[in-house]
Design a protein around this ligand. Sequence first.
Ligand code: NAD
Ligand code: MG
Length: 385
Amino acid sequence: MADKKRIALLGSTGSIGKQVLEVAEQLPDLLQVEVLAAYSNASLLIEQAIKFKPNVAVIVKDDLYEQVKEALWNYDIKVFAGEQALNDVVEMDCVDMVVSAIVGIAGLKPIYKAIEARKQIALANKETLVVAGDLMTQTAYENGVNIYPIDSEHSAIFQSLAGEFHNPIERIIITASGGPFRGKTADFLRTVTKAQALKHPNWSMGHKITIDSATLMNKGLEVIEAKWLFNTPLDKIEVVIHPQSIVHSLVEFQDGSIKAQLGLPDMKLPIQYALTYPYRCGNRLPRLHFSEHPHLTFEAPDLETFPCLNLAYRASRGGGCMPCVLNAANEMAVALFLHDKIGFYDIPRIIEDALTHADYSNPSSVDDYLAIDQDIKQTVLQSIK
Ligand code: NAD
Ligand code: MG
């Protein structure tokens, strides 16, 4: 088997970040944590650093630097703070692979820097590919960098493609649980609260992606993510609702054969595959028994009640700045919903409004994308005041 892989984990204190560390803990002969980075959860970052003894710990919110530095003074761990530190640590010689478990566009620049520094990438942070998929995949291609998906649907597609790299994809079918509001009416959705939206039936995740799952925007973002990861046009990517979250996605080939990957809904499996590819390693994750899941069902998504999925297709077809506008408006709308400032249906309304009025020249650099992101977020914020 391969040498130990030395990883930089960005977003170590989040839902995905914590599960990456659980996987790393189980595979000490294969994985070594060299960098841990978090935004503001200093106490958890300190705890993780003491346990995993990385070379570097980064706290992005710089007023927490002293707290982290003081807690780790007795350990041989460097402590950095601030946004720029993220861009610097991904370039370090001691890092082979950068694992991005950051939520939102904050992951864009560090991942771009990591690709330029020719680090392998394990990506949970789908917003990065949604916003700048063209730039990211082109830069990865030029630098000989592979982007390994952590998102469970994309891991399933990637696993289904093993051994098929010379066979064209006829169709990608991305499964969606349908979220907490599957089968509900528009009237019901007009009155739902943040607490209801945060109750996902199958997955326990960070707040932003949980709201994205309730609006179906998460599936829209995943369609765009799949387009870039698997170099497949949008009209070959479909979404099917599969409430049990057992079939994680499917690929159809030219002969009509369909391959899928199945398993219990547990992110540690796709995380492990991304981190140990091309090897499959033993683990103690619970196994799937069909007798416990006798009904696997599939249905079409309700695009009228959940308009966000079509908004994502529209933005991706528009190209240029549009996916960045979609993502920025969604990030701001979700944040406002989580702060009880707007209702559930204001989320698609705000995004549609942003797409309709967007007028930017084609972005070509990370800074171009970040400028559009900031502009849209400001506009959305002002529009609700
Ligand atoms: P989370 O909110 O639980 O964690 C987010 C992490 O990002 C935290 O460690 C936080 O410190 C860090 N972070 C936030 N803002 C930052 C900033 N400005 N700079 C640096 N770090 C910052 O989110 P999550 O649920 O773990 O999701 C992370 C990413 O993975 C998202 O893009 C999400 O769509 C994707 N994803 C998550 C799941 C899941 O099961 N949670 C599944 C598939 C994909
Ligand atoms: Mg997913």
